[in-house]
Design a protein around this ligand. Sequence first.
Ligand SMILES: [Ca+2]
Ligand SMILES: [Ca+2]
Length: 385
Amino acid sequence: MPSRNVSGAQGALCLLLAAAGMLTVPADAQSPAASPVTLEIRQGEDAAHSWRPMDPDMAVLLPVGRDAVVRARWKAAEIGSADAPESEGQSNHLTTTTTRSASWTASGGELRLVGEDVISWSPAGGTEAVTLAVEVNESWSVVRDPAQDGPSTTRTGSARVTMLPAVAFDRDGDGTLGGAFVGVYPNELNPNAPAPVANNPRTYTPPRSFHRLDDSTATLRLSANATLGTFAPEVFPAEGSGARFVAISPELIRFWEALHGVTASRRRPAPGELRVLRGFVSPHERQRLQRLGIPLAEFSRYQYGDALAIILDANRDNRMDDLNNDGRIDIADAEVLAGFIEQALTDAGLAGGIGVCASFEGPNHIGTPYVHVDLRGWNLRWREE
Ligand SMILES: [Ca+2]
Ligand SMILES: [Ca+2]
């Protein structure tokens, strides 16, 4: 993958009238351990004042059709007048000269410098994860006598973040994305569609935005307790590792973190105790499941990126744990997990479906009790014995 690189440099001259005070310049000489540069991403198209810090450990799911506008923030620090050399006559006037340059790279897509320390990045049609990185070099000198060159101090800092572009899906196209077959979504405007669909067609509009899921992107961290792969386990295990394209609702990530909050407070779980048996399922995968005798509804929420089949599985035997401690593993244990999920929906301010189910049907994990949850926007509760 070719590396794209742009640089921005600006010199700043500050005249500061301080005899013995501290001068504040955009630099941080006091804490060399922490990189003084961080990255922020602009939220919204026109919210120039709204920037969100980017966590270097979290990948950013870029919305479809949007470039990322990212800026480097250089942590301000204090440079004391002690940095200035003594000069004859001890003038009280200090001069600070600061020069800073930022060098940006991206492992794919296109970079464009749009302002001081700000770039715009476009995936340019790419679907793979891209690392954006910046290196900032800054040097400054502090002198008492402008005619006299002072010693120069130089500092560098760097920051990086991973971007995962979205791929636009055309429902009227041939059902493929990046060479993978997603399939054809059912028509939510069909007059014969089930009543919940006919009454809420926008909820059943096919996702416009998909993300590439492969061996390298599956491990991208989206939140404290989720990677991209968390929400889209293989529908057909042991089929090899061809890329899939999956839709993930941002609200699903919010729900997942809320559910971890609830289980942590009620069960003190071991890491990884919550397990997703089924996440995103494409229309094509739904039809394949059907041919295997595993029917999902035509308008199943799994196809819209906001549904999960979940178990609590601390002992990692791919079956629900005995959550009510009665010595049996059955639908009553799913009821306990459903209670946690109910609380998590409330905590996250979300509404959706919760199905308490006795037996998961799939190419793997067959037979375990589980809970279905989706974020369709209105509450629905059901039980499948
Ligand atoms: Ca278990
Ligand atoms: Ca039990």
